[in-house]
Design a protein around this ligand. Structure first.
Ligand SMILES: [Zn+2]
Length: 293
């Protein structure tokens, strides 16, 4: 994540130039200087509104990262633990930016505890670490349910759904399963990474991302992941059975293992690993190895 995405500033600058220009033309055509004054007033109002988001992001990026949060991440995230000092600072800034931009609430809009909000953001910061130009694909925020799971009717404490990624809705996650995913070990299970991967997948398809995979020419992301799914040997796979359900679950489960146990995934499925390495533009094996010392 960039503190202020360049794209945003580009549009603000274009608008900020156009508004007084239109006012000037109106003045010249009509002979009424009041029209130019009106344009200047409009410009001031526009800048007040348009700069709110970049200023909010700057404030968030510059806010100190509490030592308590750092300790918590060190004990919970092998990925964070393995980052060097500058990597950790960028991770922390991404956590702050994510939290400034993304609604994270309990069911019914209740507030969530700081460790929960921190782990939600840590999932996004982990996955975005190699893609500083990407923004989290969570337009509708995150809703946290109490307990380990909820059922089809979103009743907490029942059923077996630990998380869900509805298109056009908030990411849903059960709080205790979220914490369990960040228990600090390398078991390849992390519900936050799994559900976030679904949104990254959707965004990459919508945005027309192309990857080279091992083809001569880059192919659309949807094609690349479909080919990987079709050639995957599920009988010999370290991925859970659920990954065989369809290509979306395949990618989500593979992403969990990519970030949680990359050494195992890289050793058993090198082609799949290479595809994810290209997608996320990072190789978490080095980070995990550094964190083991
Ligand atoms: Zn899934």
């Amino acid at each position: 994540m960039r503190t202020v995405p360049g794209f945003d500033l580009f549009f603000i600058a274009i608008h900020a130039l156009l508004i007084p220009l239109v006012g000037l033309v109106a003045w010249l055509v009509t002979g009424l200087p009041a029209l130019f004054a009106l344009a200047l007033a409009l410009l001031a109002a526009y800048l007040l509104l348009a700069l709110r988001r970049p200023l909010r992001r700057r404030r968030a990026a510059g806010a100190p990262f509490p030592g308590e949060w750092r300790e918590f991440l060190l004990s919970r995230s092998p990925f964070y633990r393995g980052l060097d000092e500058s990597g950790r600072m960028r991770f922390e800034r991404d956590v702050r930016l994510f939290q400034a931009e993304t609604r994270i609430a309990g069911s019914g809009g209740a507030a969530v505890s700081w460790p929960t909000a921190l782990l939600v953001a840590a999932g996004a910061a982990t996955m975005l670490h190699g893609r500083p130009d990407w923004e989290p694909p969570l337009h509708d925020g995150v809703t946290v349910y109490p307990g380990f799971a909820f059922d089809r009717n979103y009743r907490p404490g029942r059923g077996s759904i630990a998380g869900q990624a509805p298109a056009g809705g908030p990411l849903l996650v059960a709080e205790k399963s979220l914490l369990e995913g960040f228990a600090g070990e390398r078991d390849g299970i992390n519900v936050m990474i799994h559900e976030l991967a679904h949104y990254f997948d959707l965004e990459a398809r919508k945005g027309g991302l192309r990857v080279a995979a091992d083809q001569a020419r880059p192919v659309p992301w949807g094609v690349a992941i479909e080919m990987a799914y079709e050639r995957h040997d599920f009988a010999a796979s370290p991925l859970p059975d659920y990954a065989a359900l369809n290509e979306a679950e395949f990618f989500a489960c593979a992403s969990e293992m990519f970030f949680e146990d990359p050494i195992r995934l890289g050793a058993s499925c090198p082609r799949l690993f290479a595809l994810l390495e290209e997608f996320y533009a990072q190789d978490p094996r080095f980070i995990h190895l550094a964190g083991m010392h």
